[in-house]
Design a protein around this ligand. Structure first.
Ligand code: EPU
Length: 337
């Protein structure tokens, strides 16, 4: 059985806190509900999946059925000389899972501490921070294929992982992510590429996963607003990836440009730095604005009142500005439902 609630307020169900309502909402608590969910979903023209709601911009009226995922369970399914293999239900809270891994001695996720959202949402946008992306540990992603009603496991090679991207984001609406299998190599290697992390006082003479976890938590808490206190959806734009030639052109005018190696002959530019230079740090347009400590984070100062139209107005102004100043097209990161 699955309960359907009509006309649901979405404001408390997403971290940006916009004014929005859904035609109908269903909570998926466990797998036994999948047949009922499939039957119900067929009655709606559109079905949308909602996880932690930390990377979403809602339209004021969301037509169709919103399926909110809160399935739970973390299981060590295998251990060999190389790795620990762990399967996790989609509804588990990401940060709690990272902490649990640390306690169990399954290392690797410490750089991804305090990322809001759920385990099922992690592969969707290939969450990443401080030099690590989740794809590094994914073995497969188990999904419900909405078209066929079948449960399908996509091995990592089929997930099309890239910077803040995956097959699940590209073909949104095709699958519902149910479970993820991770492999955590036993030969742990610290990832300390990130300057903020290299200088962290938490890292003593002996670098441990716990010390990295502590450092990442502190750095994030210093820079990034807590959505419970100031609604936001994390980084609002992707860091633009440009050719070495284009980066050189921008650097000719902006010698301090923050750019990081990305692929062969491409660089990733720090959009936060660019926005900061352009004067967007702390600047508002109506009820929304860019955060005072991190110009890449769009914040909502009027929870439950600001709406998508306010976000769009700010985004358009920023994109126009960035095009004029740097010749760059900033791409929005959160998905729109
Ligand atoms: N910077 C400024 N001013 C600002 C913001 C940033 O000068 O207002 C500079 C920083 O000093 C730094 C550089 O720009 O030299 C990069 O900034 P930061 O270290 O804060 O990282 P980011 O590139 O802005 C990305 C991710 C974050 C992730 C951090 C840490 C994207 C879109 N964002 O931000 O992810 O936590 O790196 O790895 O890739 C998210 O996706 O929601 C998110 C928060």
């Amino acid at each position: 059985m699955i309960k359907i609630t009509p006309d649901v307020d979405l404001q408390p169900l997403h971290t940006l806190g916009l004014n929005a309502r859904a035609q109908a909402l269903a909570w998926l608590d466990d797998r036994t509900q999948l047949p009922a969910l499939l039957r119900t979903a067929a009655e709606y023209e559109q079905v949308h999946v909602l996880a932690g709601g930390s990377n979403i911009v809602f339209h004021p009226h969301v037509d169709g059925l919103v399926v909110a995922i809160r399935t739970r369970g973390i299981q060590l399914v295998k251990e060999d000389a190389q790795a620990h293999y762990v399967e996790v239900e989609a509804g588990e809270c990401w940060h709690d899972f990272v902490q649990h891994c640390l306690q169990q001695g399954w290392y690797g996720l410490e750089n991804l501490a305090l990322i809001p959202g759920t385990v099922g949402a992690a592969p969707m946008q290939n969450i990443g921070a401080y030099g690590v992306e989740v794809e590094r540990f994914v073995v497969w992603v188990e999904t419900l294929d909405w078209q066929t009603g079948e449960i399908v496991r996509l091995p990592k090679a089929k997930c099309a992982f890239a910077y803040r991207d995956s097959i699940f984001k590209q073909k949104r609406g095709r699958w519902l992510i149910l479970k993820v299998r991770f492999a955590f190599p036993k030969r742990w290697q610290a990832v300390l590429d990130y300057p903020d992390l290299q200088q962290a006082p938490e890292l003593g003479a002996e670098i441990t996963p716990a010390a990295i976890f502590q450092a990442v938590c502190r750095i994030r808490q210093e820079k990034l607003p807590d959505p419970a206190l100031l609604p936001n959806a994390g980084s609002f734009f992707k860091n633009p990836i440009v050719s070495a030639q284009q980066a050189a052109q921008i650097r000719a005018q902006w010698p301090e440009l923050r750019a990081f190696p990305h692929g062969p002959d491409t660089l990733k530019l720090a959009a936060g730095w660019l926005l900061d230079q352009a004067g967007w740090k702390g600047r508002c347009v109506g009820p929304v604005g860019m955060h005072k400590n991190q110009a890449l984070v769009l914040v909502n100062h009027q929870k439950g009142q600001a709406a998508k139209v306010d976000v769009d107005r700010l985004v358009t102004q920023i994109q126009t500005d960035m095009q004029a100043l740097f010749g760059l097209q900033l791409e929005q990161e959160p998905v729109v439902i």
